[in-house]
Design a protein around this ligand. Structure first.
Ligand code: FES
Length: 236
């Protein structure tokens, strides 16, 4: 009798995959969260992870690969304990994002999508430069496992990665407490701690910054409201 190959996707992962499938009218719609689930187990999307998704969802491996390789958030090599993303899009770049990326790259001795340290081991860091992280009013921004560290400088970014390498979990400027890449991936797959206190710390948290709300606050103070929508049929 042929022995089934050993897999890292045990019964608990299969149960989660089935739960994900149950959340959608069509099983194939669960592919994006399922790829995050795979990353929460292995820290990247391996060939085995692609085969797992294909089997669970009734897709071909080519279909799963096409999706997994399209989005930059699905990693093709094992990630470090932490993923550090430096925004180098226009505004952040002009405000110092390019200098931050350059310095972190030299300081960690790695380039884009490379890992300092042994992937998955404590203190290991995968570095990436990222497109706009949707926080231009707080430029230049860095994310660790998708949590925001706003208005960074070269010095503060170096201090941040040094703390991560020492096993510390610095507090993000806003949002939830810092966890690690695999835990963040499990949350992105749609699985959260059941314990209320842990949920509040790991997932919840104030996400809006004062700068972001300034326009809304000014409008409220001054009684500004949006003009009404034009009547149906009166649009030019
Ligand atoms: S350009 Fe960096 S957050 Fe938008």
């Amino acid at each position: 009798m042929t022995q089934a190959p050993e897999t890292v996707f045990g019964d608990d992962v299969v149960a989660k995959a089935q739960e994900l499938i149950g959340r959608y009218p069509e099983s194939r719609s669960a592919l994006l969260p399922m790829l995050h689930l795979v990353q929460s187990v292995q820290g990247f999307v391996s060939r085995e992870g692609i085969a797992f998704c294909a089997e669970q969802l009734g897709l071909t491996e080519a279909e799963v690969s096409a999706v997994a390789t399209f989005y930059t958030m699905y990693k093709r090599r094992p990630c470090g304990e932490h993923l550090v993303s430096v925004c180098t899009n226009t505004l952040c770049a002009a405000m110092g994002g390019d200098a931050i990326y350059q310095k972190l790259s030299e300081h960690l001795g790695v380039g884009h999508n490379e890992t300092a340290g042994e992937p998955g081991e404590p203190g290991s860091i995968t570095l990436e430069h990222a497109e706009c992280l949707a926080a231009c009013d707080l430029a230049p921004v860095v994310q660790v496992n998708y949590e925001y560290f706003d208005k960074q400088t070269v010095e503060s970014a170096v201090e941040l990665v040094d703390k991560l390498r020492n096993g510390e979990r610095p507090k993000p400027t806003r949002g939830a407490e810092l966890t690690d890449f695999k835990t963040a991936e499990l949350q992105l797959a749609g699985f959260f701690p059941e314990d209320e206190e842990r949920f509040a710390a790991d997932v919840d948290g104030p996400s809006a910054a004062e700068e972001t709300l300034r326009g809304a606050a000014l409008a409220q103070e001054r009684g500004w409201i949006a003009p009404p929508m034009p009547e149906e049929g009166s649009r030019g």
